[in-house]
Design a binder for this molecule. Structure first.
Ligand SMILES: Nc1ncnc2c1ncn2[C@@H]1O[C@H](COP(=O)(O)OP(=O)(O)OP(=O)(O)O)[C@@H](O)[C@H]1O
Ligand SMILES: O=c1ccn([C@@H]2O[C@H](COP(=O)(O)O)[C@@H](O)[C@H]2O)c(=O)[nH]1
Length: 238
C-alpha cells in the first residue's frame, strides 16, 4: 500500500468546487466528501492545514463589476472564505476529527484570529488547521494566502485542489488545444504567466522551497492520492 510522501501539508480547497453542481453556495455532499479525505489523511498520520477559497460565494473582481469598490468587494470575498472554512470545520468535526478555524480578520465571536505561534501549537496537538479570510488584505487571493500559510506552518507541499487536473499551456477552459504539464518549474510558470495561480503565490512558494501540486478536486480521493504521489496532476517545483 502507498505511503504518504509528506508529513505536513497545506491543501488549498477551491471555493468554487464547494458548490458542487449548484450555481452558488455550498453543496453539503461535496463538503462532506472533502472532509472525509482530510480525515483519511489524518488517519495516515499526515498533519493537514487548509486554506479555502471563496469563489462559490463572492470574488472581489465580480463584486467590483456591480459598482462596489474593489477593496470592499475583496473584503466581501474574504468573508465568503470564512463561511466556507466554518462549513468545512463543522463537517470535519462531525466526522470525528478536531479542527480549528483561524481567521486573518478579527471576528472573535466566530473563530480565533490568526496567530502563528497559536496555530503551530494547535497543529502540534493534532488539530486540522483551517485558515480563513485569506491574507486579511484586499487585492490578494487565497492562493497567495495558501503559499503564505504553507511557509509559516512549515508545510512540505502546497496541494492546490481545483477545477482542472493540472497546469496547462493555456487555460483549458478557453483553449481546447492546451496541453497539460506533468512537471513545471516555478520560473517557467512565472515566465509563461500561467493563470492557474497568481504570480505572488508562485513567487512565495519558490522563495520558500515549497513545491505545488495542482490537481482536480472532482476526482474521488484526489487529495489523498496527491499526498501518496499516485494521483494525476502537475508538480510545480524548482
Ligand atoms: N494555464 C492554466 N492551466 C490550468 N488552469 C488554468 C490556466 N490558466 C487559467 N486556468 C484556470 O484557473 C482555474 C483555477 O484557478 P481559480 O483561482 O479560478 O480557482 P480556485 O482557486 O480553484 O477556486 P476559488 O477561487 O473558488 O478558490 C481553472 O479553473 C482554470 O480554468
Ligand atoms: O488574501 C485575500 C484572499 C482573498 N481575497 C478576496 O476573496 C475572494 C475569494 O478568494 P479566491 O482566492 O478568489 O477564492 C477573492 O476574489 C478576493 O476578492 C482577498 O481580498 N484577499
Amino acid at each position: 500500500m502507498a505511503k504518504p510522501l509528506y508529513r505536513r501539508v497545506l491543501v488549498k480547497i477551491s471555493g468554487e468546487a464547494l458548490m458542487g453542481s449548484a450555481g452558488f453556495g455550498l453543496d453539503p455532499a461535496t463538503v462532506d466528501r472533502i472532509s472525509k479525505e482530510i480525515i483519511d489523511l489524518r488517519a495516515q498520520g499526515v498533519e493537514v492545514a487548509l486554506v479555502v477559497g471563496g469563489g462559490n460565494i463572492f470574488r472581489g473582481v465580480q463584486v467590483a463589476a456591480s459598482g462596489i469598490d474593489r477593496a470592499t468587494g475583496d473584503y466581501m470575498g474574504m468573508l465568503a472564505t470564512v463561511m466556507n472554512a466554518m462549513a468545512l470545520g463543522a463537517s470535519i468535526e462531525r466526522h470525528g476529527e478536531t479542527a480549528r478555524v483561524m481567521s486573518a480578520l478579527e471576528m472573535p465571536a466566530i473563530c480565533e484570529t490568526f496567530s502563528r505561534p497559536k496555530a503551530l501549537r494547535h497543529f502540534d496537538q493534532g488539530h486540522v488547521m483551517i485558515f480563513a479570510a485569506g491574507t486579511g488584505n484586499p487585492f490578494f487571493t487565497t492562493d497567495t494566502a495558501a503559499a503564505l500559510r504553507a511557509a509559516e506552518m512549515r508545510c512540505e507541499v502546497l496541494l492546490k485542489a481545483t477545477n482542472v487536473d493540472g497546469v496547462y499551456t493555456a487555460d483549458p477552459k478557453k483553449d481546447p488545444s492546451a496541453r497539460r504539464y506533468d512537471r513545471l518549474s516555478f520560473d517557467e510558470a512565472l515566465a509563461r504567466d500561467l493563470k492557474v495561480m497568481d504570480a505572488a503565490a508562485f513567487a512565495l512558494a519558490r522563495e520558500n522551497g515549497i513545491p505545488i501540486i495542482v490537481f482536480s478536486i472532482h476526482e474521488p480521493n484526489s487529495i489523498v492520492a496527491a499526498v501518496m504521489g499516485t494521483g494525476r496532476g502537475t508538480l510545480v517545483g524548482a
